[in-house]
Design a protein around this ligand. Sequence first.
Ligand code: GN1
Ligand code: MG
Length: 364
Amino acid sequence: MNLEQIAAKFQLEGTVDRVEPMGEGFINDTFIIRTKERETPDYLLQRKNKRIFHPIPAMMENIEKVCAHIKKKVSEKNGDPMREAMTVVRAKDGKLYFQDEDDEFWAVCVFISDTVAYQSAKTPELAFQGGKGIGLFQSMVSDLKEPLTDILPGFHNIRYRFNQWDAVLAKDPVDRKAKLSSEIAWIESRRDNMLDFWKLVESGEIPTRVTHNDTKINNILFDLNGEVLCVIDLDTVLNSTCLNDFGDAMRSYTNTGAEDDENLDAVSCDISIFEGFTKGYLSQAKSFLTDKELEYLAFSAKYITYEQVLRFLMDYIDGDKYYKIKSPDHNYQRTVAQYKLLTSMEEQYDEMCRIVRTVAAELD
Ligand code: GN1
Ligand code: MG
């Protein structure tokens, strides 16, 4: 079945002109469906990665619940629910996905035009907007009553990641472990510190809420005036600590280099971006965060960056099974670049904590 035939399985308005590859996701394959008529929208078509998300039908139910809930909130505030929320387009049989003859799962949503997605935050103002967007997203879904299915058990749970890590290291399937003793020590030397944080989540001292869990800057659409419009890529919505959203955003926003930068001198944590994002985020989230969550906000940046170092290195040792790679050592390159970012965060950690305290106090 070709892409045009797959697109034709969905309830699209207008006539399909062409279907083209789009985006840089590491997990799903994404295409844009261009329609011929000016008045009909274009659409995003995705082949969802069933190795990672399962079951996909439950994931699509999660996404639909969150989208419907956000649309309601946007409408109540007289916003535009077609632009400020994602719209899932059903297949012609009414399902939220189409399953092809190879058992691949496809899903479609409306493409929101006249928007910008950034790969990095160059200014504190843009970071402020991003922070506001994530804070607003969390506050809008905070009263979602319908349960979400956990289609990614243990996603940002470091105890679960250590179990995977220990198993992969024990197996060492492509004999890479021997050459990686210093990199493995990066992980091991911080294991207890990270587990101590996670214990607070396990005990409920840090609560879990509906969260996004993949808050990279390119998962937010900005309008042409630089204001946040819509949070996208909802595959990972689940119940987790909202610190994970803050931390994952900081991992991408503050990085002065690329996630996989070959030039390590280019990689560092820009504290002014951290401050901008924190101000935007707390302008929305301060009212619902507990003192414990505030206390660990800065730590979450280190936590998620550490987790990402672990996940990239683990995938490298495992023979590159999870992330799409562009070169044989791509996961290694990602590991080293993210580790550089982690150490930069560690050097500036006291300042990060001070910023959180100051910004929170100003909002009291
Ligand atoms: C993946 O799908 P994408 O590229 O937005 C990954 C994130 C990682 C990220 C690394 C489901 O996100 O957790 O942080 O790559 N998503 C999943 O850039 O594993
Ligand atoms: Mg994405």
